[in-house]
Design a protein around this ligand. Structure first.
Ligand SMILES: O=C[C@H](O)COP(=O)(O)O
Length: 263
């Protein structure tokens, strides 16, 4: 599958009810059906709802280019794992993406680096693209933030490397202090860290896209330009009109991306 020039992901976390999730998805599907950059694949959009809504929104987005995914998965594929959902079932439901290691799961559910690494391997083993969330807890200077992220990435990719699994991984860098905040991290900081993350090349043979998350909303992508490969959105995508604006910004950026001008 051709890679989009700009990738936008939305995690609905646990904000919406089931019916709200369907209503939001209907509105976003309507936007996606008509937006040229989504239709032609220059802008990729994926949506991660709560588990019970995956099948229903799969239907809603089925006639669009929007991909769906889950917010978590079990590191095992099947068996006596009460309450868990395995990669094979997510693939069966039509998921293309699965989020792994979000700061909220690390904090509230005590997820460890070892579990995150096993989940990332499970995703790749099942043909799912991991959306690997990582990011420093405290505000740090850019070089220290990059060094902290590098350690998290080495840990998260270790099991996939050990099993010689390969594939595409979306690196969703989310400084933890910028999640759920009134505003994203400063533009210059995002640019510098994303640039540093893109230059890291000691993780193994994966194809990476680096997207920024943490109170991202309309306006950010236009300000960042080609410093990021996209955004991972939370609250500021809850209004479909705001998401449409972000898609417009992504489309404008995709049209001026180096690969677009070479084509
Ligand atoms: O999963 C999304 C990120 O954690 C960002 O959420 P937020 O934009 O609501 O801070």
């Amino acid at each position: 599958m051709t890679q989009p020039r700009i990738t936008l992901g939305v995690s609905l976390k646990m904000y919406f009810s089931y019916q709200q999730t369907l209503a939001w998805s209907e509105e976003v599907a309507e936007i996606a059906r008509h937006h040229p950059a989504i239709v032609n694949g220059e802008v990729g959009l994926f949506v991660l709802p709560a588990f019970p809504a995956i099948a229903a929104i799969g239907q809603i987005f089925s006639a669009t280019a929007v991909s769906i995914g889950a917010q978590d998965l079990c590191w095992e594929d099947s068996g006596a794992w009460t309450g868990e959902v395995g990669g094979p079932m997510l693939a069966e439901l039509g998921c293309r993406y699965v989020e792994i290691g979000h700061a909220e799961r690390r904090r509230h559910f005590a997820e460890t680096d070892v579990q995150i690494a096993a989940k990332l391997a499970a995703a790749l083993r099942n043909g799912l693209t991991p959306v690997l969330c990582f990011g420093e807890e405290q505000q740090l200077p850019p070089d220290q933030a990059i060094a902290t992220c590098r350690q998290q990435l080495i840990a998260a990719l270790s099991e996939a490397n050990r099993q010689q699994l390969r594939g595409e991984v979306v690196l969703a860098w989310e400084p933890q202090w910028a999640i759920g905040a009134p505003a994203p991290a400063p533009d210059a900081f995002i640019a510098e860290v994303c640039d540093g993350l893109r230059q890291l090349n000691d993780f193994g043979d994966f194809h990476f896209r680096v997207i920024y998350g943490g109170s991202a909303g309309p306006g950010l992508l236009s300000r960042l330009g080609h410093q990021v490969n996209g955004l991972f959105l939370g609250r500021f995508a809850h209004q479909p009109a705001a998401l449409r604006q972000i898609i417009d910004e992504a489309a404008a950026l995709a049209a001026t991306s180096p690969s677009a001008t070479e084509a």
